[in-house]
Design a protein around this ligand. Structure first.
Ligand code: MSP
Length: 518
């Protein structure tokens, strides 16, 4: 595989990042790190969406200029992603000058092509969604169903994009590419939305919304946030209407846009139509993940249950974000909603990462030191049914990632950990040592260590620090590509000394967590 290009949604900067934003960035980072083990180049784009009425109003309410608010909050997103070891390749801000210029050029190209036209309009605008809503989409009380707020009646002369021109082509594309929208059950929702699709407003009057990218040749209008925001996926990698960088040529089309289910319509209808109008190839996949609730309750400022991702690291006194990453990445089956709770977090990461995986490595290395002074002897045989299932697990994990089944892939890895634990219990190397069956005992230990190398590679996308610590103790090269992994990583000779054995993950200390919360 030559390249893998994945993107996240870009977050609004009218507030600080929360655990829902973090969920998406972790999922995407896990996907990107997995493909870095398969492709020559893995590229992850993330960033912030900084224009629109919401930012304009929030900044005014805080006595700041919009740019000041954007600068302050964009930094909070960058800091949070650093704390979570989100290894993005590029971070785009829609206020980047280069992005703004290309967005203006894109808009002009579509005007020149006749795909954008001016039209007087009265509509219902929800600033939460930053879009116009249809009457039939509102609740019985006339509220936006997502934000439970009454949309504003807006009467403006705006530019409109001829979405209807692309309707049939989009329907055809979705129907002929069953893995275009993931999970597949969401494709039907999109097809239903396409039934009564209208042309869409793509600009706002500057007199109502001043914080936006201006329309070239029309000082009265600013480009409506979604055209501005969606274009980030191409402007960030060097697209311009008649000048495309080598990087763009190499990376586009994108392999996957990772987004939340609430913004699927914008990505699978509006964005696809824009790309068709620009005559660009379409994304290979759009993966719509579910939403994260807190203790089974929707997060909201009014309920006061908004959880910041870094507060979880602080509350549990975690040195590395691995446990949180693992928990979030495996919080929900592909595309379904998931939940975060402190108790479940503690229970799951202690069971999987400390008791099953970390402990297995620790006790195997300790036995190697105790019985063989840390040395792998040439007479240890290394053939076991466990090797076959390890290689099968690599295949299964790759398959799950190809379908964005990130929780399911993690389950496969943990099944391999369980099999290795069972192999140790069944073969009881401590009994073999007591009975003087040293070659057999060594064979069991060497087999488990060999499998631990494979496990470290597989767990790396979720838990990069733990994986590196495992690999270090196994003298294993964690950068080995998945297709090059063999069952011959542990060489004969001294592997480790007692003082170099380190627990890779310490159990989350519940007492400490509860204390620091008070
Ligand atoms: N700015 C737009 C996206 C433009 S992409 C070209 C936006 N921003 S957002 O800040 O509201 O949301 C950013 C992402 O976070 C979206 O994919 C959204 O679905 C996701 N999430 C926001 N809250 C969430 C949860 N509670 N759970 C999981 N993801 C959620 O939409």
């Amino acid at each position: 595989m030559e390249k893998y290009y994945c993107t996240t949604a870009i977050d609004y900067v009218n507030g600080a990042p929360h655990i829902g934003h973090a969920y998406e960035k972790i999922l995407t980072d896990v996907i990107n790190r997995h493909y870095s083990q398969r492709a020559d180049l893995a590229f992850m784009l993330t960033g912030t969406d900084e224009h629109g009425i919401k930012i304009q109003k929030t900044s005014a309410a805080n006595g700041m200029t919009p740019k000041e608010l954007c600068d302050m909050n964009a930094q909070k997103f960058k800091d949070a992603w650093k704390a979570l070891d989100i290894n993005y390749t590029r971070f785009i801000r829609t206020t980047d000058v280069q992005h703004e210029c290309v967005v203006q050029n894109i808009f002009k190209k579509l005007v020149d092509k006749g795909d954008i036209y001016k039209h007087s309009y009265t509509g219902l605008y929800c600033s939460g969604c930053e879009c116009f809503l249809n009457e039939k989409d509102l609740t019985e009380d006339g509220l936006c169903p997502d934000h439970l707020k009454k949309p504003e009646v807006v009467e403006e002369e705006n530019y409109f994009f001829k979405l209807t021109k692309y309707k049939d082509a989009i329907i055809k594309h979705i129907k002929t590419n069953p893995d275009f929208i993931v999970p597949a059950f969401r494709a039907n929702e999109v097809l239903n939305q396409l039934e009564d699709i209208q042309d869409i407003s793509v600009s706002r009057a500057k007199s109502n919304v001043s914080w936006g990218v201006g329309v070239l040749d029309d000082s009265e209008q600013v480009i409506y946030v979604w055209i501005d925001a969606l274009s980030n996926y191409i402007t960030a990698i060097g697209y311009d209407i008649d000048n495309q960088t080598d990087e763009f040529k190499k990376l586009w089309p994108v392999d996957v846009h990772v987004i939340g289910k609430d913004i699927l319509k914008f990505h699978s209808i509006y964005w696809i139509a824009i790309l068709m109008a620009l005559e660009l190839p379409l994304p290979k996949h759009i993966f719509a993940h579910g939403w994260i609730t807190i203790d089974e309750t929707k997060m909201s400022k009014s309920l006061g249950n908004v959880v910041s991702p870094t507060s979880v690291l602080e509350n549990f006194n975690l040195e590395y974000p691995d446990a949180f990453r693992y928990y979030m990445a495996s919080a929900a089956p592909c595309g379904k909603d998931g939940n975060y709770s402190d108790d479940d977090f503690k229970e799951k990461v202690n069971a999987h990462l400390a008791n099953s995986m970390g402990n297995l490595l620790n006790r195997t290395l300790s036995m190697l030191v105790k019985y063989f002074d840390g040395e792998v002897r040439p007479e240890f045989k290394k053939d076991s049914p466990l090797f076959a299932s390890s290689l099968e697990t690599i295949k299964a994990v790759k398959h799950h990632f190809d379908y964005f089944e990130i929780q399911e892939a993690a389950q496969k890895i943990m099944e391999l950990v369980d099999s290795a634990n069972k192999y140790v219990t069944d073969n009881a190397p401590w009994t073999l040592a007591k009975e003087g069956k040293m070659e057999e005992c060594g064979t069991v230990l060497a087999t488990v260590l060999e499998v631990m190398c494979i496990i470290s590679s597989l767990i790396y996308p979720y838990c990069p620090n733990i994986a590196e610590s495992m690999a270090k103790q196994l003298s294993y090269d964690i950068t080995t590509k998945l297709d090059n992994i063999t069952c011959d990583n542990i060489k004969s000779g001294k592997l480790i000394s007692k003082e170099d054995i380190k627990p890779v993950f310490l159990r989350v200390d519940s007492e400490f967590a509860d204390k620091s919360k008070k």
